[in-house]
Design a protein around this ligand. Structure first.
Ligand code: ADP
Ligand code: MG
Length: 697
C-alpha cells in the first residue's frame, strides 16, 4: 500500500514523458491520481455477439481479427483501416479512419474487444471507429466493456494510458477514512475507499450516483471545516477600530460622476459599521458584474486609511490590479499614498508627487514604514516578502472565480499587526459569483453578507440574441454599423484548455480571419493567455483607450476590466460555457448606459440542450437563476467543473443543494468537537489543500 503522497512515478510504466504530461493535469502523486475524476462514462455494458448485433446499438463484442489492412483513400487523403472481426457466431466489418498507427497495434490473429455503434452501409452491418483493446487472457477488459470512465487529458497522453495509471494508483493507494462511521451510517454514505473505487470502476449507474454523493459530501464538509477554522481564528482575535469620517466620505462621493445606488449605500454602511467594531469583520460583498462593488470598497479603504491603518486590495489578475489602482488613485489619490505591487510592476502615487515608478524593494519599504496606506496587487502581495506596518483591512476581489486560495489568504500570518499579535485585519471579499446564501454563510464559518441587487440606474438590459451560423455576415454588418458610431466589440473565442496551444491557435486564426475579412477596415486587437503580462496590459489599455475597435480574446482572459465604450459581446461556441459565466461576459458591455448587445453563436453540431441553455440566457437576466438552471440541466453522466459556477473547489457538489449543505455544516461542527476526528479531519484537509503549516491546530 502506498501513501497518497507517494510520487506517481512509483507506478510501474510511468516514465519521464508521461510524468510531465501527468503534471500538466495536476497529477504528481498517487493521491492526486485517485482524486482525478472522470467527467463522463461510456456505456459499453451491452455485451453481444455478432449474430445478435442490431444496427444502431452501442455494443461490446469480443472476437479474433481475421484480416486487417490500412490504405490511403485516394480522394480525401486519409488513412482507412479495414478489418474483419470473427467471434465464432459471424463476421463483422470494422473500419477506422485516420489512425495510421493502428496497424502497428493490431494484427490478424489478435484476440480483441471492440466497443462502438453498429451501423449499416450498402454492404451490410459494420462498426465504425470502435474503441478497441487486445484482450489479455489473464486481465479483465478495461476500456471497451461495462461503464468505462472518460477522463479529460492532453495530447501525448491517451485516455487509455491515463485510465491504466489511475487504476493502478487506485489499487495501490492506502485510502483512509476521515469521517466518523456513525455519520456515514446516518447519512447512508459509502466509505471513502468505496466511493473512490466506484467513481473509477463502477459496475452500474447506482454505484456512480452513490460515489458522487459521498465525494460531493466530502467537498461540502471540507468547505465547512475551512470556514469554521477561519471563524475560530477570527473569534480569538481583535481588530482595529476604524472611525467613520463623514466629511471625507462625502467629499469622495461628491467627486464621482454618479450617485450611489441605494444598495451601494446600504452595503457601504454595513461595511463601515463592521469596521467600527473591535470584532474583526468577515464580510462578503456580492453583486453582479457591473453592480459597482469597487466604489463600495473604495469608501471602506478611505476610512481605514483615514484612521491610520493600511488596506491591501487583492485583485484576481495583474490587469485588474492595474485598473483598481487607477480607480483608487482617481478617487483617493489627493488624500492618501497608494501603491501598486504586482510581480512585474510597482508604482506609488502620492498626493504631492503623483504617480512614480518604483522598485519592489522601495515599495516594500514604504509599506513596512506605514507611509503607503493603500496597496493594490495580486496574490503575490501576501506571498512576497512584503510586511505591513499596520494592516487594517484586506479586500479580496475574486471576480468570478471564487475559491479556496482566497480563503487561504485568511490564514496568512501577515494579517496580524506586528506590534500586537492579537490584532487582525478586517476582511472583505467581493464576488460576482452567484453563491446561494446558505453556502455563503458557511464559507467563512459564519460570515456576514452584503448584497448589491440592483444595477446602477440608467443601465439598459443587454439585448441578447442567439445567432445562427448562416446569419453571421448579417451580425458582422450590424456590428460594423455600431463601430462606425464609435462603439467597441469583444469577440470571445471558445472555451478550451487555456494552457493548450490549440486555444492560442484558434484565437489567432479567428483574429486573422476577422482582421483581414469582416473587420478589415477596423482596428482589431488580439488577447490570449500566452502573451506576457505587460503585453496583455498594453493590449487592454489600448482597447480601453479606443485604439482598437474590436478585441478578439480567449475565454480565459480576465475581462473584469471596465471598457466604457464596449457595447457588443460576441461569444463563439457559447453552448460550451456555463450559463452564469455567459451572463458575466454579457455584463461587460454597455457600462455607460448605452444599449448593448450580446450575440451567442453555437458550436458546430450542438443539439437541443445547447439551444435550450442559450435560450435561458436570452430569457433570464440573473446570474443566480442561470447558475441554478445550469446545474439542473446537467446531463446524466456529465460533470461540470468550476467553469460552470465560478466556484472553484466544487467538482461534484451542487452549490444549490441546500439540504446537503446543512448536513455538511452539522457534520463539520461534530467532527471539530471530537478530538480524534478533528485530528483526522485536519490531516485530510491539510493534504487536500496543502496548507498544513498555516492551519491552527
Ligand atoms: P463590479 O461590481 O463588477 O466590480 P465596478 O465597480 O467595476 O463593478 O463598476 C462598474 C462601472 O459602473 C464602473 O465604471 C463604475 O464607475 C460604474 N458605477 C459604479 N457605481 C455606479 C453608480 N451608482 N451609478 C453609475 N455608475 C456606477
Ligand atoms: Mg469588479
Amino acid at each position: 500500500m502506498l501513501s497518497l503522497n507517494t510520487p506517481i512515478s512509483a507506478i510501474s510504466g510511468v516514465g519521464e514523458t508521461i510524468l510531465n504530461k501527468l503534471a500538466k493535469l495536476g497529477i504528481t502523486t498517487i493521491g492526486q491520481a485517485v482524486y482525478y475524476y472522470p467527467f463522463r462514462y461510456d456505456d459499453f455494458s451491452h455485451r453481444t455477439t455478432i449474430n445478435r448485433a442490431v444496427t444502431g446499438e452501442v455494443v461490446n463484442i469480443v472476437g479474433t481479427i481475421d484480416i486487417i489492412s490500412t490504405r490511403r483513400s485516394p480522394r480525401q487523403h486519409i488513412y482507412v483501416t479495414e478489418a474483419i472481426l470473427n467471434d465464432g457466431t459471424g463476421k463483422l466489418r470494422v473500419v477506422w479512419f485516420n489512425q495510421p498507427f493502428l496497424s502497428r497495434n493490431l494484427q490478424a490473429g489478435d484476440y480483441v474487444s471492440l466497443a462502438g455503434k453498429i451501423s449499416q452501409d450498402l454492404l451490410g452491418p459494420l462498426i465504425i471507429s470502435p474503441q478497441y483493446e487486445k484482450v489479455n487472457k489473464t486481465g479483465g477488459i478495461q476500456h471497451t466493456s461495462g461503464l468505462v470512465p472518460v477522463y479529460s487529458t492532453i495530447s501525448g497522453l491517451t485516455i487509455k494510458q491515463l485510465r491504466v495509471i489511475i487504476n493502478r494508483a487506485l489499487t495501490l493507494a492506502k485510502i483512509e477514512e476521515w469521517l466518523p462511521p456513525d455519520l456515514l451510517k446516518a447519512q447512508k454514505l459509502l466509505t471513502l475507499k468505496e466511493a473512490l473505487i466506484n467513481i473509477h470502476r463502477p459496475k452500474n449507474w447506482t454505484d456512480i450516483e452513490a460515489a458522487r454523493h459521498r465525494l460531493a459530501f466530502d467537498e461540502l464538509v471540507t468547505l465547512q471545516l475551512q470556514g469554521q477554522l477561519i471563524r475560530e481564528k477570527w473569534q480569538a482575535s481583535q481588530a482595529p477600530i476604524i472611525k467613520f469620517n463623514e466629511v471625507l466620505t462625502k467629499k469622495i462621493i461628491s467627486n464621482w460622476p454618479f450617485q450611489l445606488t441605494n444598495d451601494q449605500r446600504r452595503c457601504s454602511w454595513q461595511i463601515l459599521q463592521g469596521l467600527g467594531s473591535n470584532q474583526p469583520m468577515l464580510r462578503l460583498l456580492q453583486g453582479d458584474v457591473g453592480s459597482g462593488k469597487t466604489a463600495v470598497a473604495i469608501l471602506a479603504m478611505a476610512n481605514v486609511a483615514d484612521s491610520g491603518y493600511q488596506t491591501a486590495l487583492i485583485a484576481p489578475s495583474e490587469v485588474l490590479a492595474h485598473q483598481h489602482f487607477q480607480t483608487a488613485v482617481a478617487s483617493l489619490g489627493k488624500f492618501f499614498s497608494i501603491g501598486l505591487l504586482t510581480r512585474t510592476q510597482q508604482f506609488l502615487s502620492t498626493p504631492e508627487e503623483g504617480i512614480k515608478k518604483m522598485t519592489k524593494k522601495q515599495l516594500a519599504k514604504e509599506l513596512a514604514l506605514g507611509q503607503c496606506l493603500i496597496v493594490i496587487g495580486t496574490q503575490a502581495l501576501l506571498q512576497e516578502s512584503v510586511d505591513f506596518y499596520k494592516l487594517g483591512l484586506l479586500v479580496v476581489d475574486e471576480q468570478h472565480r471564487f475559491g479556496v486560495e482566497q480563503r487561504q489568504l485568511l490564514l496568512n500570518k501577515k494579517l496580524f499587526t506586528e506590534d500586537n499579535k492579537n490584532l487582525i485585519a478586517h476582511f472583505l471579499a467581493m464576488t460576482a459569483t452567484p453563491i446561494p446564501r446558505s453556502l455563503a454563510l458557511s464559507l467563512y464559518g459564519d460570515l456576514n453578507l452584503s448584497v448589491i441587487k440592483t444595477m446602477p440606474s440608467g443601465r439598459l438590459p443587454v439585448a441578447t440574441k442567439i445567432v445562427e451560423d448562416e446569419d453571421r455576415s448579417k451580425m458582422y454588418k450590424f456590428i460594423r454599423q455600431l463601430l462606425d458610431k464609435g462603439e467597441q466589440a469583444f469577440i470571445i473565442c471558445p472555451l478550451v484548455d487555456p494552457s493548450d496551444k490549440l486555444a492560442v491557435k484558434a484565437v489567432t486564426d479567428e483574429f486573422h480571419r476577422l482582421a483581414t475579412g469582416e473587420f478589415k477596415n477596423y482596428k482589431v486587437g488580439l488577447l490570449h493567455g500566452r502573451l506576457s503580462g505587460a503585453k496583455k496590459q498594453a493590449v487592454m489599455a489600448d482597447f480601453v483607450a479606443g485604439n482598437y475597435q474590436v478585441l478578439v480574446a480567449t475565454a480565459v482572459i480576465e475581462l473584469g476590466i471596465d471598457v466604457p465604450g464596449a457595447t457588443v459581446m460576441v461569444i463563439e461556441s457559447a453552448d460550451r460555457f456555463g450559463l452564469a459565466q455567459l451572463h458575466q461576459y454579457r455584463g461587460r458591455v454597455g457600462r455607460r448606459g448605452q444599449q448593448a448587445y450580446c450575440f451567442l453563436l453555437k458550436s458546430p453540431g450542438s443539439g437541443t440542450l445547447a439551444e435550450r441553455r442559450l435560450r435561458a440566457v436570452v430569457k433570464y437576466n440573473s446570474g443566480q437563476e442561470l447558475a441554478r438552471l445550469d446545474l439542473m440541466w446537467r446531463g446524466p453522466g456529465e460533470l461540470y467543473g468550476y467553469e460552470q459556477t465560478g466556484f472553484v473547489e466544487l467538482q461534484l457538489a451542487n452549490i444549490f443543494d441546500q439540504d446537503l449543505i446543512m448536513v455538511a455544516h452539522k457534520a463539520a461542527l461534530a467532527v471539530l468537537s471530537d478530538r480524534v476526528w478533528r485530528h483526522k479531519a485536519m490531516a485530510h484537509l491539510a493534504w487536500k489543500s496543502g496548507v498544513l503549516d498555516v492551519l491552527p491546530q
